[in-house]
Design a protein around this ligand. Structure first.
Ligand code: GLU
Length: 286
């Protein structure tokens, strides 16, 4: 068995709840079971929503749960230059294009089309700016028109050929999974207000931190198909994946940051002990 490096990668946009506790314990357990290392990464790319007090609360709640992690903790907001370099590498090879559409224009175009294809995150971008005349594109760029950068997913996928990733979670697709990044359409990799998207930052970070086993919720399994393509385009090390179940409330609904009832802080204040949480979530051995 290889000694795995795993990570827990929360966004500091609210308090951690039982679902986060499960994800963190799952990652730590996978690392320790293999004699490996457990890391914490703060995904604070969305600087408008991320708050230092939540980052502080994350560390406090995880320590209370009995977790420890390596330092320094990687904070995405300190690595925008690395994401910009990755984007530039894609741009030089013609795998991304500038998109000048506003959200409103995209919505109108989708509404007007008879059959707008759906991706894992909603309707796919109709590709308007992919088809712009190159001279017009240069003119708008030179004129400083606001733009995002989108991956030309189909073109990039056909340039690299078929890809697979290793999935060891308790999911039907476990094993050698054929990546299908095209289902995402032309995703945004960077915007003016957010210089790197989740997808771009996560592949750069997992490689920079030497993560060998990505553990995360099943909701992110589709994203792995796209991450695999980005890793190939950027020449990054490809980790293995283990997606896990999502913790739900009594009504079977996924926990959300706005539900205070399952916040670790609330539970702690009510006298719940860390060992009770570990047991409830199925992590009994230390
Ligand atoms: N930051 C992401 C989240 O809060 C997790 C990203 C990942 O594990 O890849 O859901």
């Amino acid at each position: 068995m290889t000694a795995d490096v795993t990570r827990f990668a929360p966004s500091p946009t609210g308090l951690l709840h039982l679902g986060h506790a499960f994800a963190a314990l799952f990652a730590e357990h996978a690392a320790h079971a293999s004699g490996g290392r457990f890391l914490l990464r703060i995904e604070d790319i969305d600087t408008a929503r991320a708050r230092p007090e939540f980052e502080h609360a994350i560390e406090e709640d995880l320590a209370w749960l009995g977790l420890s992690w390596e330092r320094p903790v990687r904070r995405q907001s300190e690595h925008f230059a690395a994401y910009a370099a990755a984007l530039e590498a894609l741009r030089r090879r013609g795998f991304v294009y500038p998109c000048f559409c506003t959200r409103k224009e995209i919505a109108a175009e989708i509404a007007a089309s008879a059959a707008a294809p759906q991706g894992p995150d909603g309707p796919l971008y109709p590709g308007t700016c992919r088809r712009i005349d190159p001279k017009e594109r240069e003119r708008r760029l030179a004129g400083g028109t606001d733009h995002a950068w989108r991956l030309d997913t189909a073109r990039a996928a056909s340039a690299v050929g078929p890809l697979t990733f290793e999935e060891s979670g308790a999911v039907p697709e476990a094993g050698h999974v054929v990546a299908q990044p095209v289902m995402f359409g032309d995703v945004v990799l960077a915007r003016k207000d957010t210089p790197a998207s989740y997808h771009l930052a996560v592949v750069v970070d997992d490689a920079a931190q030497g993560v060998t086993l990505v553990t995360r919720g099943l909701d992110l399994l589709p994203a792995t198909h796209l991450h695999r393509l980005l890793q190939e385009l950027l020449g990054l090390h490809v980790p293995h994946y283990r997606h896990h179940r999502l913790i739900t409330d009594d009504a079977g609904k996924r926990l959300a940051k706005r539900d205070q009832a399952t916040a670790l802080r609330t539970l702690r204040e009510r006298g719940v002990r860390p060992e009770d949480i570990r047991t409830q979530l199925g992590f009994t051995s230390r």
